[in-house]
Design a protein around this ligand. Sequence first.
Ligand SMILES: C[S@@+](CC[C@H](N)C(=O)[O-])C[C@H]1O[C@@H](n2cnc3c(N)ncnc32)[C@H](O)[C@@H]1O
Length: 751
Amino acid sequence: MARKQRHQNSHGHTSKQLAEQQSPMVKTAMEYHRSGHLDQALIIYEQAYSVDPENAEINYLLAVLNNQLQNLERAHKYIDKAISINNRNGPFYCALAETYRQQHDFLPAITTLKKAISLDNHSVEPHIMLGMIYKSMDRLDDATNAYQAALVIDSNIAEIHNNLGNVYRNKNDFERTIKAYKKAIEIDNRFAGAHHNLGCYLLETGDPYNALSFLRNASQLQADNSLFTADLANCLGQVVVTETDERLRDDLIRCMQLDRVDGGTLAKNVNVFLKQFTPLGKLIGEIEKDIFNPLSPETYQLLVDPLFLLYLEREQICDPELEKILSTSRKIILEMSVLESHSIGPNIERFLSALALQCFLNEYIYIENESERSKLKILEERIHENIQGNSEQLCVVLVYACYRPLYTLHLDNSLMDLVSSSAEASSREVFKRQIKEPLTENELKQNIKQLTSITGEMSSIVQAQYEQNPYPRWLYCDHPQSTSLADYLYSLFPASERGNNNLPDRVNILVAGCGTGLQPIRDARRFLHENITAIDLSMNSLAYAKRKATEMGLENIEFMQADIMNLKDYNNRFDFIESFGVLHHLEDPLAGWKVLCRLLKKNGVMRLGLYSEHARKAIVATRRYIQQQGFTDNLEGIRLCRQAIFALAEHDPVRSVTDSPDFYSVSECRDLIFHVNEHRLTLVQVADYIKQLNLEFLGFEFPDFHTIRKYQECYPEDKQALNLELWDAYEQANPETFASQYVFWCKKIED
Ligand SMILES: C[S@@+](CC[C@H](N)C(=O)[O-])C[C@H]1O[C@@H](n2cnc3c(N)ncnc32)[C@H](O)[C@@H]1O
């Protein structure tokens, strides 16, 4: 990103001299202008103008301000007048060029800037503006020359080096890009934009460890900049932090608080941080020695670590040891809460409500024994008998909420009020998530249309799984910048020919198998679009998706129940179809893929996610283990199976599934290792299907940048990384390559 556009502040450059010559009224307006109070500045400038309309400077200042407010017609009028009064003032021409630039009239902007340079060849301003305009026109050599000319005048302006870095970055000139950004930082170490640019560039070029410190600097220098924090979170998702300093906790908290950061991105580092760099880690030892008491004042203090609480409230905790701390705490607190003599006090509300949120989020995956079940019964009776409506009673209800969702309790009004109006925000959140949201989903479900019936046997079996366990339960997702699909594709596959893809600016999108709505919601934010249709077999998933979309103000996604296999006669056609993690659950994935191809317009594109045979060896071993041991795919079976897997020897291949974040919630664990129907493919098969369907393979999408780079080190001859035979060989040598799925794009070349 370029620093806040300098020319917009350009009056600041000359404002001192200007101010000295102006009336007190104009001086006051300039003060407001400088401090960002633009509305006040405008009122006073206009008053000054009515007193002295022929004053060139006042006209100029009004033009600058109107440029900033994007009132371009007015800006044009004022600057034309300023120039008609004085046609030998360089900054006036810069202001005019800025108006042109904002109107995307680049050629007159260039001519105007050249005029400014001819009037004053000591000013950097017009050169910087020229650089920016050339860059927007993709005239990268001209942009470089313009910035170089600015540097000849003054080589000590950080912004110019930063902007030059942006140009070199577009030219893929690695050395010069790094050097330019570093120079900007050397000149002005507090220049957040340059730290951010350098960090993002290092991340983009596969060096997350070096990127980290720059992204941390950027996010700390501008703590309220959510884009910087989101990029820091993205980087933290690609590294494992091995040492800490006092800033890391703040960074993790700031990232985690952001509601545009994807669930799970930070989990790995938060696990490491909590276990290695806080005393929470020592609680594991206490549990092993059977001396753990979550309610002793010292231990309780550790449990209410702010980062831990935040983690409990918003992410599935995916670490066996932290899970042990939580499930043991839950058990001990339940025991205490049913002992008459040991009433649990209101002072543990904070931890209990966070734990209740966590248990609901992971769909109550923690193992529970008979003794817990019978105690829970006692607790339930007591809740219904003893309606005191006090804060102790509230904690008892929260203990219940750590085991079962509150909506199953049919609370009477006084208890509902107790939870929903607690002074503790996370208790109110328990009410929201465990009572209000399920009710909302039930209501929304009534209005979701059925586009097709569900007739196939396999579709019905798969539907039943996702009705019981909508996948995935998610709270937050990233907030990508909106762009056209064509530009997005170009950013993914820069070697492809931009402009050659014949996609309209605004596209029609179909998300086939949308689950709980992550993909259509991301698509709605990411792509300029006409319509988004999102279909799935599972009504419960669609209701979850609809609730999330409504909460996010995305009312134009149409969620409908449909079976892909029954879309054969559907009349709509789409520019973009996304089907991620779906086709491999169909009885015949190729048949389903064929249906989707028919729904794609000519030149339309698809984004697919399909399971890899090579990458899922450990999953296959686990599925076999589950079959041998006879674990069932219901909640109890999943809990028992997880306990058995946790107890396996460290090196047992089956135990490696505990490394997957999906192992830590019921719907994801079921999807991961208990699925009723999964196919896996090799790239040879994928290539064959692509050929049969007459599609063009556009390339793989990876969450990081190392994989493509490593692949191209092995196969430099495959410049666009599109040769699936070579990719197959590469995957066999590196079976982790497609650990999540084969995620790739393809295009329909013929109708
Ligand atoms: C693993 S989930 C993936 C959900 C979503 N794509 C995501 O990644 O978040 C698979 C989804 O595909 C849906 N699905 C499976 N077979 C389908 C079919 N024949 N027609 C429509 N949806 C189907 C399931 O109901 C389920 O919600």
